[in-house]
Design a protein around this ligand. Sequence first.
Ligand SMILES: [Ca+2]
Ligand SMILES: [Ca+2]
Length: 272
Amino acid sequence: MKNVRLALVLAILIPTAVADPANSDAGSGADAPNAESELFLIGSGSLSGYLKKFDADWYRSYDGSSNLACVALDASSDITSDALLVVRDGSARREARVTLAPGSPARLVYTANSLTDARVGILNNANGGEERGYYGFALTTRTMSDFASDANTGTDAPSDAANAPVVGSGCTGGRLGLFDTRDSYRFSAAPGDVAVVSYATTNSDATLELVAADGSVLGTVLSGQQLSVALPDSGMYTMRSSASAPTGSIPYMMSLVVGPPGQGCRPMCISG
Ligand SMILES: [Ca+2]
Ligand SMILES: [Ca+2]
């Protein structure tokens, strides 16, 4: 009787306990579509899947309900495969592609202020598609509404340091535009502090400057760049986000780490 009961329990448990991850892309229990025209709709966050022989897996992660400002894909694979980030920028389809290999995770980014679609493709090209293996990726998106007001103040940051909002280490978002060509933010430093700043924006001409209290510019970065500066004095410093001739709304994100070396934030659209 005991054995019968045990067999019954096992019969009930085993089929559910041994789900085959090799046949379950993004936890769906199925293989993701092989063609970009037939996509799995997924949420943001980290997902994993499995590439069968000659497989391709396509995902769509955005429903197009408002404009995206930035999309970033972090992908890795335990076989050689291609990761594609596809976005629709107005009516144009744009694509960024990278070849993944075991131990070589990669990041793909796309920035614009009119993205309406974001798709991810993971394509098997290991040994001509003959190998099989797992992959993982995370997709992060920011919409224009994430940059609605400068430093979440509900208003426009001033051009100059006087009355500029004070920010701490971390990510600060804002927006420039046609009659809004410069936003200033202040932060305080203690003796011996190092400032690490990075910048992400949809405008390749926009700059982020690090400025000392006497007005001298200690360094300048473009979108995607990072700068590390040993601050000469304690006191207040200024970060200035500027664009000389914006033709539309320009969202941006700044990362600041000030003090002893540490982790600040990883702004959207910036590698590293
Ligand atoms: Ca597939
Ligand atoms: Ca602004």
